[in-house]
Design a binder for this molecule. Structure first.
Ligand code: SF4
Length: 428
């Protein structure tokens, strides 16, 4: 099974000139990431230093999921803070003290910047340093920005993970065997499936970032490699590389092709025999292919248009084109980092427009003109486009739903085929 390992990440859409647009954009801010991160990091608390708008965003995005005591909250900046009449640092210290004395389960506290805290130039890194000194070693305080001025919705996770990298402990023991870090928050069920497959391949020295608690955080040493599970983690990848960890370059693990290529790249890095790889992956690969057949038959021959939203667009387009027989008209992404999504780009046959950033009116015109069978976009665009008779898929659902790996390949195709099926039924 050297077929996949021989893939050179060139060709396909790698050479397609990227249409760069820098106009108005319609995307959620990076605070949204807290919704999935607070469930993943069990000993963390996310304290947004923001406005009532930020609090509302979190509350409505989290919806009715919060029954237990939540692991996120908002320290509201009042008008007097914004007008510079109060010392926001003192108030923040008081909030943190009240929070930590009430919640001894909190071991990692993230101070999350927002548009208001940025506008008044509240230095949260200084606050994090001061509070770390005060509460160490019981609690570690970190900071990152989830502000809509700086971040789109999946960038919140990137900023959060990147903030953790400098405090990961070094593993100086160069005699230890290679260690692997899986980077990116995955639903537990998917993470377990990947860990099981990698263990079966013979790779057992594996940690995840984020870990479920401070005590399980990975260490970084001369033998550390890492594989991204999400394409929106460019800053985290850079931070890990700057600490000497080696990135395993691969397509992202969506669908049968992506998952196999991703696992193969890791297996190659760890010197796993191809016969072993075959033995371990054969059964789940054929399960994935079978599951794909049903949903893909509805997608085969249909067209898809991606608005930029989650940065998952290019790997997902690769999946829809190569594994479901669709034709991509335009693949828009907030950022096109070829060093990260290059392997997926190279697997997509030339043809679609690859666009980066957004000028929403221009892009809407292109979309209307091309009349795609399905349009993947944010919530703000989906309703008007549905009203105009186009079939849409909310990009945010693709971030909240388990879609990685072999066992989810059929579900992933189903997320796209269901709206098409619904539209066809409505037409009858
Ligand atoms: S961070 Fe900015 S964009 Fe996000 S909810 Fe707060 S005010 Fe709105």
């Amino acid at each position: 099974m050297n077929q996949v390992s021989q893939i050179k990440y060139v060709g396909g859409c790698m050479d397609t000139p990227v249409l760069k647009e820098r106009g108005q954009r319609e995307v959620f801010c990076g605070l949204t990431g807290i919704i999935w991160l607070h469930r993943k990091i069990q000993d963390a608390f996310f304290l947004v230093v923001g406005s009532r708008t930020c609090a509302h965003l979190l509350q409505s995005a989290a919806g009715v999921m919060i029954f237990a005591e939540p692991r996120f909250g908002t320290a509201i900046l009042e008008e007097k803070d914004l007008a510079g009449m109060a010392d926001a640092h003192d108030e923040l210290d008081r909030e943190v003290e009240a929070l930590l004395s009430r919640r001894p389960d909190i071991k990692q506290l993230f101070l999350v910047g927002s548009c208001p805290s940025e506008v008044i130039k509240l230095d949260l890194s200084r606050a994090a340093e001061r509070l770390t000194k005060l509460y160490a070693p019981a609690v570690r305080v970190l900071n990152y920005s989830g502000s809509g001025i700086e971040t789109t919705f999946t960038q919140g996770e990137d900023a959060c993970l990147a903030s953790m990298v400098p405090v990961l402990e070094g593993s100086n023991n160069s005699s230890i065997t290679k260690e692997l870090i899986l980077v990116g928050a995955l639903p537990d069920v998917v993470e377990d499936q990947f860990l099981k497959l990698l263990n079966e391949l013979g790779i057992s020295n594996i940690k995840t970032l984020p870990a479920n608690s401070k005590n399980h955080a990975p260490t970084i040493g001369p033998n550390t490699c890492f594989a991204l599970v999400q394409p929106f983690l460019g800053d985290t990848a850079e931070a890990l590389e700057s600490r000497g960890a080696k990135r395993i370059v691969a397509p992202f693990p969506f669908g049968e092709q992506g998952t196999t290529a991703w696992l193969q790249a890791i297996a190659t890095e760890f010197g796993i025999e191809s016969s072993k790889f075959e033995n371990v992956t054969n059964a789940p690969r054929s399960r994935a292919r079978k599951a794909l057949e049903a949903a893909a038959s509805l997608l085969n021959g249909k067209t898809v248009f991606f608005f930029p939203d989650s940065q998952l667009e290019i790997p997902l387009a690769r999946f829809l084109v190569n594994e479901c027989g669709m034709t991509a008209i335009e693949i828009g992404s907030p950022y096109v980092h070829k060093s990260i999504i290059g392997p997926d780009l190279s697997l997509i046959k030339k043809g679609p427009i690859i666009s980066e950033g957004q000028d929403v009116d221009l892009q809407l015109s292109r979309c209307r003109e091309s009349k795609p069978d399905i349009t993947v976009c944010g919530l703000g665009l989906a309703n008007p486009l549905e009203g105009e008779g186009l079939t849409t898929k909310w990009a945010i659902e693709l971030v909240f739903t388990p879609v990685h790996g072999y066992e989810q390949a059929g579900d992933l195709a189903g997320l796209f085929s269901r709206p098409i099926k619904r539209r066809e039924v409505l037409k009858l």
